[in-house]
Design a protein around this ligand. Structure first.
Ligand SMILES: [Zn+2]
Length: 211
């Protein structure tokens, strides 16, 4: 399994493309905003001859789904996300207004919902979803036990945790979810964050002052 990472949009959000030997790909949190960022993403997919099979959002804050409409239209996939965050997608325009960022595409609708312990398969690679609300009410993380990695969106960062002061945020749920569902993973699990550098569960257990 290979993981390609891009940092997109004014929020410096991390977009991931996960793909396998069969060239099947999953896009996690497409944050591509400008036309240039869309072509950077597309050029990677085209030059590696990838077939985009899955689009998954860890949550639906605007910086994590700026590129949803582009990805859905270009690769003929529909996003998976948690229903608790659907209100954010429906109010993309409102989110954009708060940050004074004009939207380039009309927001897409959500048709595929992620539930606790749902599994996404990319060939033999299995990603299990765990709900960890608190940064947003519908935040999920995607854990791949075989490859020893977890995509956490804005739940956990190197040396920090997600904000819980945004709409429908909840500090208690966030910290409990991190402790129960992330810190119980093997120490060597690689953590791919929605912003900033990659880390490991062991590193965060030893160094993160917020958990
Ligand atoms: Zn967020």
């Amino acid at each position: 399994m290979k993981i390609q990472h891009f940092t997109f949009n004014p929020f410096q959000e991390n977009t991931y493309i996960v793909y396998n030997e069969e060239k099947e790909a999953m896009i996690i949190d497409p944050g591509c905003y400008s036309e240039k960022e869309e072509s950077i993403l597309n050029e990677f997919i085209v030059s590696n001859i990838l077939k985009v099979k899955l689009l998954v959002n860890t949550h639906l804050h605007i910086d994590h789904c700026f590129g949803n409409a582009f990805v859905e239209r270009t690769y003929h996939v529909k996003a998976f996300a948690n229903r608790e965050d659907e209100f954010l997608l429906k109010d993309m325009a409102g989110q954009a207004k708060i940050f004074r960022i004009p939207l380039r595409h009309a927001a897409s609708s959500l048709e595929n919902y992620i539930h606790e312990n749902d599994k996404f398969a990319l060939g033999s690679e299995i990603f299990e979803a765990f709900q960890i609300p608190g940064h947003s009410p519908g935040s999920v993380v995607l854990y791949n036990a075989k490859s020893g990695c977890v995509f956490v969106g804005d739940v956990l960062f190197q040396g920090s945790i997600g904000r819980s002061d945004l709409q429908k945020g909840n500090y208690q749920s966030l910290i409990e979810g991190i402790r129960e569902k992330l810190l119980t993973l093997p120490d060597e699990t690689v953590v791919y964050c929605g912003h900033g550098p990659t880390t490991t569960i062991g590193h965060e257990k030893a160094n993160n002052p917020f958990i």
